[in-house]
Write a protein that binds this ligand. Sequence first.
Ligand code: ADP
Length: 421
Amino acid sequence: MAETGAGQESRGQALAARLRRNRWLLAAGVVAILVAYSFAGASILVLLPALALLVAAAMLPADAERQSADTAADIEAGGLQRLSGEYLAAAVADPLIIFDHSAAMVHANAAAFAAFGGLAPGMSLALKFRAPEMQALLDGILSGQLAADVVDYTEKLPVERTYRVSASTVGHATGLYVLVFKDQSETRRIDRMRADFIANASHELRTPLASIAGFIETLRGPARNDPAARDQFLQIMQNQTGRMARLIDDLLSLSRLEMKPYLRPGTAVDLRQTIDSVIDSLGPLASESGIVIERDFIDGPVSVPGDRDELFQVFENLLENACKYGQSGGRVTVSMARVDDGQDPGIDVTIRDNGPGIAEEHIPRITERFYRVDVENSRTQKGTGLGLSIVKHILTRHNARLSIKSEVGKGAAFTVHLPAR
Ligand code: ADP
């Protein structure tokens, strides 16, 4: 059998390692031979073969090395033959079913029993998996036309799951075949989410772009000589470019968060100082919206492990939302409390507004990307629909939680629980 490049390389490496290991022995041998040559007057014809013998001896494998190679060969020869198909099937994490020439089940591993109800030895797989693609897969492999084949198969009940199923023959002339089901549901879900996200982001960018393009046309045409209309349209165009810029900033924020490595442990954030500066930075927006921000903080220094800039972004988003959407309530409270319930000790920061609140059915969805309760309202409030998903992302990185409590007409309370450790 031809030896592969990798095989030659590893053999070469092993010889080099032995020579390295025996280098002192080799050196001593060479010195002895040279001494014999110089002082004892030995002939060069005797010395050269002696030198060659010495190098060959240094390259021979050591006892332990020989022993481990022998053991590996023993395991391969005896052990693998003894290893039962049942053990091998059990070691495979994906559902696996072995069947015979009549498509009757011979054996299934635990993952297959868990994934597909009602499996039993002897049952017909052609009846169990009636989807046309599975029938074609079984027919193809049993007719002997193919040694291996792959199809995508979707189970509808009890929950929809998509598998990539590969079928192949087992060994040579054993009369057995195997199906392995690789669950693709999660990959599909992520692909769908990514496609939806791109469609949403493109739509969000296209709307202001179309508006700007429309106004440029009007300014070059009918409004060419109308200074009042020109000023008004330029203002709208500026607002639209601002909207596009906010959206791009939020998209970049999200993608940066997704690419960031895990938080380095050990960095402590002064929470009181961080929240104070968020409140200060939103002062102008609050007074513009007629909102009074009240603080209800615990005494003493409060520090949590985390990233200061990211936590600033979290509280800025939540407080900005409270000022924008809770404007009618006039008052927003930011409270900070220590939670020592033993299970998950930490700090709870709650931002509570007295605005219109959020209906129950929207609460589980408002942290999704681009999800808004009222799209028009969000747009007038310069929203992008990405704020809360950025919040959620950052909190996940901090091992923290966001809980939302609200009742229509009674305001909303967003609580961030930051673990102490
Ligand atoms: P946006 O950029 O639209 O504000 P967010 O992700 O920050 O996006 O919020 C998603 C939606 O959640 C908002 O559009 C709004 O409908 C709703 N929302 C968020 N905070 C509040 C709040 N304090 N009161 C009422 N509704 C809110």
